[in-house]
Write a new protein. Structure first.
Lengths: 237, 158
């Protein structure tokens, strides 16, 4: 099963092609804020280098966040449009899961933390289980201090301690240093892993757990569907 | 931390903005609240001067966002024309509020759900005289706690 995997939830653009769940090639661009310019050329470059024919793809996989709005929108829209044009299914996997999955061989509780800008982080906690990780919290957006207070409160309940990963940890080093007994994953675990996306999405695709492309939604977590209260605006609209 | 000041003229409002602007750091968010004509844009222009912006600052009401280059760049946003929070996302607001620039949001109180908790709120109100303005400031977050004394001095006009 040939699959294209895309994650744009962070400042990084990540693209991979996978075959039978293994990565055949991947590209990471750490430009930041240039997802719209970088994503399609990165896919095309990798396709040509690997000699992949897009009409041989069985599915498109995309990281659905939570993450930065602009990047997520580029990634999810690209995945949907390609899936529709190629008449193949799309598989969405939360990007925080893609931070946690590569760390599944730990015995600690994994805390995946991505920079949400505005002095906030996106986070979720995971427990390692045979063959993967199991999420044990909601996906949430926090001030770093709030997340750390939650983690400290629970530290007593976690006999094996915490393993912190994701670019949100490096973004707030002073704050996270309060978690004295936590282990920090290396910088290679800072971004959602597109290899994990290939693995997890291939397994989902083999079970035919697809979402209709029109129904795939990124996880923004921040409120975006509300109207702005303008009781006092002159000549509204 | 809550502070207040009274300005007697638009020039004084501008000068207050300028003194606050000189305290701002990249990553700061300043929310300007107040009815039409209370001087939000005047205050924002003062902030721009305080940051060292050399170009003339014009109201972003119709363009929604204007960006200005300076040692610490300024992103000046006015959400008055927007009806829906989604529109702010569509402008790439996540990317606008970054660590590289100061962001000033006119009518920002209306989109508080999308703004960081750590910020400086500036509320302008008409005062007793025609040109008088009462200015209420509320600063939240660690980085403002560190700047408490300079902020107090800037508001007092020292």
């Amino acid at each position: 099963m040939l699959l294209l995997a895309i994650d744009t939830a962070t400042a990084q653009v990540s693209v991979a092609f996978g075959d039978q769940g293994a990565v055949s090639g991947q590209v990471q661009l750490a430009g930041g804020r240039r997802h719209a310019e970088q994503l399609a050329p990165a896919i095309d470059y990798l396709r040509r280098e690997l000699g992949v024919r897009l009409d041989h793809l069985a599915a498109i996989a995309v990281g659905t966040g939570p993450g930065l709005f602009t990047g997520l929108r580029v990634g999810v829209t690209t995945a949907k449009v390609m899936a529709q044009a190629l008449r193949i299914p799309v598989v969405g996997i939360p990007s925080l899961d893609l931070v946690a999955y590569p760390l599944r061989h730990t015995d600690r509780t994994i805390v995946a933390v991505l920079d949400a800008r505005r002095h906030e982080v996106f986070a979720a906690r995971y427990r390692p289980v045979p063959g993967g990780v199991q999420r044990v919290s909601d996906y949430a957006v926090h001030a770093p201090a709030e997340l750390i207070a939650d983690l400290l409160a629970e530290a007593a309940l976690e006999p094996h301690g915490l393993l912190l990963a994701g670019d949100g940890v490096a973004r707030f080093p002073e704050e996270f240093s309060a978690l004295e007994h936590a282990e920090l994953a290396g910088s290679e675990f800072a971004s959602p892993s597109v290899a994990a996306l290939v693995t997890l999405a291939t397994a989902r695709a083999e079970r035919e757990e697809f979402e209709p492309p029109g129904e795939l939604r990124p996880l923004y977590l921040r409120q975006s569907d509300a109207e702005i209260a303008w009781g006092d605006r002159a000549a509204a609209g | 931390m809550k502070l207040s000041a009274t300005t007697r003229t638009a020039d004084e409002t501008h000068a207050l903005g300028r003194r606050i602007g000189a305290l701002l750091r990249a990553g700061d968010v300043v929310v300007l609240e107040g009815e039409l004509g209370t001087g939000k844009t005047v205050f924002a222009k003062g902030i721009a001067v305080g940051l060292g912006v050399r170009e003339p600052v014009v109201s972003p009401t119709f363009t929604v966002v204007r960006e200005y280059d300076a040692p610490t760049p300024l992103v000046h946003v006015d959400v008055y024309r927007l009806d829906h929070l989604q529109e702010l996302h569509d402008l790439g607001f996540d990317d606008l509020i970054g660590d590289e620039a100061v962001t000033v949001v006119e009518w920002g109180d209306r989109v508080g759900a999308l703004l960081p908790a750590d910020r400086l709120d500036v509320h302008l109100e008409l005062g007793a005289g025609d040109d008088d303005r009462s200015v209420w400031l509320e600063a939240a977050g660690m980085s403002w706690a560190e700047r408490r004394d300079p902020l107090v001095a800037a508001v007092a006009g020292d």
